[in-house]
Design a binder for this molecule. Structure first.
Ligand SMILES: [Mn+2]
Length: 301
C-alpha cells in the first residue's frame, strides 16, 4: 500500500476556473474506495487548498504568482512528508503548476529522479519566454532550474531536476521561444507527429527505449490534454488529436512495467468545460487500470 492520494483544489496557474473542482468529480466514481479495498492505495487522503488569498501579483508574466507559489509549497511539503513516512503520492489536480512542488520534493528525497511529462504542451516556459503569463505553462522549467523565483519560494534546497532526465511525450503544441529553451537543454521530446507518420507501436517502443536508458526512479506527470479531446474534452487547453483511451493506457502500463514509479500526478481536468463529466470518468478509469493491472496484464480491478 505504497501510494496515498493528495487532492489539490486549485486553478491559480491557469486563466480559467474549473480545475479546482476536478479532484472531487474524479473521486466521485469511487476511485479511493476501490483502490483501498484492493490494498493498492492508503485509505485516507490529504486535501490541499488555499485558506486565504495571499498578496496579489500584478505581473503579466507571472499571473497569480503568490497563490501558485503557496499551493506549490503546500504540495511540496505534503509530498515530502509522504515520502518520509514510506508512501508515494498520487496527486489529483488542479492545474499543472502544482507538479513543480511534487517534483522538487521527489528530487530532494531520492537525490535524483527522472520525469515522464505526458502533455500536449511542453510546460517549459518561464516569465522571459511566456506568451500568456499562465504559470501552468512553466512548472517543468521551474523544476529544472529555469524559473528560479518559483522553485526558491517552494524550497530552500538547490537540488533541481537534470533536463537530461526529462522525457516529454505526446507534444503537439510548442511555443517558439519555449522550443529554443527545450532544444538548448537537450530535452527528449516525443512528438505526436511520430504517431501519425510512424504509428503508435513505433512511438511506444521509442518511449520505452528512452525510459530504459535512465537509471533513476521515475515520476509521472500527466496533463489530461495529452489525451484526444474526443475522449477528454474537459481540459483547460484542448488540442486536436492526441492519444485515445487504449493508447494512453497502454503507454502508462508499459512505463509501469519498465521503470520504478515513485509518484503520479494527474492534472488539468476541467469539469466546467466537460460534457457529462466524461473527462473525469476517463481520468478515474485510467488511474484504476494503471494501479490494478499487473505486469502480466491481469486486471484485479
Ligand atoms: Mn501541462
Amino acid at each position: 500500500m505504497k501510494f496515498k492520494l493528495i487532492s489539490v483544489e486549485a486553478s491559480y496557474g491557469s486563466n480559467l476556473k474549473g480545475t479546482e473542482l476536478a479532484p472531487g468529480v474524479i473521486k466521485s466514481f469511487g476511485l479511493l474506495k476501490k483502490l483501498a479495498n484492493m490494498g493498492l492505495l492508503a485509505n485516507d487522503e490529504i486535501t490541499i487548498t488555499l485558506d486565504k488569498m495571499p498578496k496579489t501579483s500584478f505581473s503579466r508574466k507571472e499571473r497569480n504568482f503568490y497563490a501558485v507559489a503557496e499551493i506549490c509549497r503546500k504540495v511540496y511539503q505534503s509530498t515530502r512528508l509522504l515520502y518520509k513516512n514510506g508512501h508515494y503520492p498520487l496527486i489529483l489536480g488542479g492545474d499543472h503548476s502544482i507538479s513543480c512542488g511534487s517534483l522538487l520534493a521527489a528530487q530532494e528525497f531520492f537525490g535524483e529522479i527522472a520525469v515522464i511529462w505526458l502533455d500536449a504542451h511542453c510546460d517549459y516556459n518561464s516569465p522571459s519566454t511566456t506568451i500568456t503569463g499562465n504559470i501552468h505553462g512553466m512548472p517543468l522549467a521551474s523544476a529544472c532550474g529555469r524559473y528560479e523565483r518559483l522553485a526558491k519560494y517552494i524550497t530552500h534546497s538547490k537540488n533541481r531536476l537534470n533536463p537530461q532526465n526529462v522525457i516529454l511525450a505526446g507534444v503537439r503544441d510548442i511555443d517558439s521561444k519555449e522550443s529554443l529553451q527545450v532544444k538548448k537543454d537537450n530535452i527528449k521530446v516525443l512528438e505526436m507527429i511520430d504517431v501519425i507518420t510512424q504509428g503508435f507501436e513505433y512511438f511506444k517502443d521509442k518511449l520505452i527505449n528512452e525510459v530504459s536508458k535512465i537509471k533513476c526512479p521515475f515520476y509521472l506527470s500527466m496533463d489530461m490534454d495529452v489525451v484526444s479531446p474526443y475522449y477528454a474534452p474537459g481540459v483547460s487547453v484542448p488540442k486536436l488529436d492526441g492519444f485515445n483511451f487504449r493508447e494512453i493506457l497502454a503507454l502508462l502500463l508499459e512505463i509501469k512495467s519498465n521503470s520504478k514509479i515513485i509518484g503520479f500526478d494527474l492534472l488539468e481536468v476541467n469539469p466546467l468545460k466537460d460534457n457529462n463529466n466524461i473527462t473525469s470518468l476517463v481520468a478515474s478509469e485510467l488511474i484504476m487500470n494503471f494501479f490494478s493491472i499487473n505486469k502480466k496484464g491481469e486486471n484485479f480491478g
